[in-house]
Each structure stands twice: as C-alpha cells, then as structure tokens.
Ligand binder design. Structure first.
Ligand SMILES: [Zn+2]
Ligand SMILES: [Zn+2]
Length: 254
C-alpha cells in the first residue's frame, strides 16, 4: 500500500492512495494538466485511478474534480453537504456517489473510513484508507482536535497531517484580520503547535511515516515545520517529510 501527495497547500491539494488493484485520489484542486504533470513525476498513470473522493467544497480541494472526472470517466464520492455546496448538481456526465461521513465504504479493494471534522464547510470529512489491515490517514482542513478525530486517526501506519501555520507568522503576515481570524479559528486550520501535540498522541502504535501538509506559504515556513517534526519524533521510529505545493512528494510505502 502506498501514498503520495501530488500537491498540498491553499493553491491546490491532491493525494493518491494505491493498494491491490485500486487507487483513489483524495481531492483535486489542480487543473488536469497540472495533475498529469505531478503524476508523471511519480511514474503514476492516472488511468489507474478507480475513483475520486472529495473532502469538502473549498476550491483548493474540489476545483479540478469535475474536469478530471470527465476526462478519466471516474466516479466521485462526497457527502450530501459537499454536493449541495458545490456546483456538482449542475454538472452533467459525472457519476456522483453521496456518502455518509459516518459510514465506511469500498472503492475497489480499498476501504474508506470517513470522519467528520470541524471546518468551515458544509459537511467536511477526512479519511483513513484501509487495505488488508494497513491504514493510511489523511487529515487536513480542520480547526480543532476532537475526541472522534483522535480515535479515528489512531493506529495508522502512515499519516498526512496538516501543519498550516505558525501563530506568530500568521499574526505578522499581511492577511486582513478577518482572514487571520478564520484561519486560526476553531473551524479553520491547524497550526504547528497543535499539530505536534496531536502527533505526539497519534505516534504511538504502528505509525511509521508522517507527511506534514497544507503548509501556508505566507504564514509558515518549511524549516520551522521540520524543526518541530524532528523535535517531536526524535527517538521514535517514525520517519517524516513535508509535502509541497509545487511538486509531488515521494511515494510512502507501508
Ligand atoms: Zn484546504
Ligand atoms: Zn478547506
């Protein structure tokens, strides 16, 4: 089972998880052409995708989904809230499957476990993907930790986790106050300190890879995230890396 993040950040997100004879793309906030370029970096043929799964209706997650679904004739899975908050009701020729954010479902040989998350979208969820007892979690775009999140994303073998911003850098950056409040709010995005605290709880058990994701280009810097990851995970067997906006990550295999 393997995962790669093709793009991560407020300009577009896409993550591929592959196992057995199936592969799912979680979100697509990029154009088809850009996504094809990222897939080529990974030697991954998008024809191998089984489906697209959408976490929520924000443009950096859903902006490229319609075009990709039509181009590669892929079914799209999303919650009812995401469906009604997006333009998918008006888009023709797309096979949309509505999911419950509380119930697991299958995409080919993969089992997807959605979890509702606190984020300022209509019915957002994030996913654990399971294959033959192995679990990979993707957890971004949530503003606060919940008991349910802690339970749901425990016992993952690999985890993509949001390290959106550094609170001091967010405070000092040129965003309007309303945007800063939204990002730092309980329905916004996780900051570095929150992420390492959550990671300390989740890095017991089988976790062996962490990929820091959705890193703000204006209110964070990768070296700061790397320092925090190194400090938190030193002495553990957990390997870590950071995901990029402008290029694909390496494959992580579990
Ligand atoms: Zn986002
Ligand atoms: Zn979002």
């Amino acid at each position: 089972m393997r995962i790669a993040v093709l793009a991560s950040g407020s300009s577009g997100n896409a993550t591929v998880v592959e196992a057995g004879n199936s592969a799912v793309l979680i979100d697509c906030g990029l154009s088809v052409r850009r996504l094809e370029g990222r897939a080529a970096e990974l030697n991954f043929d998008l024809q191998h995708l089984t489906a697209i799964v959408v976490t929520h209706e924000h443009g950096d997650h859903i902006g490229g989904v319609g075009a990709l679904a039509r181009r590669y004739k892929l079914p799209v899975y999303m919650t009812h809230g995401t469906f009604i908050a997006s333009s998918f009701g008006e888009q023709r020729g797309i096979d949309v499957h509505e999911i419950s954010p509380h119930e697991p479902f299958s995409v080919g040989s993969l089992q997807l476990h959605p979890a509702p998350v606190p984020h300022d979208a209509k019915e957002p969820c994030q996913f654990v993907v399971e294959f033959e007892g192995l679990r990979i979690g993707v957890l971004t775009d949530f503003g606060s930790e919940t008991q349910h999140i802690n339970q749901h994303f425990a016992n993952c073998n690999a985890l993509v986790l949001e390290f959106n911003h550094d609170p001091l850098m967010l405070d000092a950056c040129e965003y309007p106050d309303s945007v800063k409040d939204r990002i730092a709010g309980r329905l916004g995005h996780f900051n570095n300190q929150q992420a390492v605290q959550l990671l300390a709880k989740l890095s017991v058990g089988p976790l062996c890879h962490v990929l820091a994701a959705h890193i703000s280009e204006r209110a964070n810097c990768k070296s700061l995230v790397e320092q925090q990851l190194a400090a938190t995970l030193s002495g553990t067997n957990v390997a870590w890396d950071v995901a990029h906006q402008d290029r694909a990550s390496a494959w992580i295999t579990v």
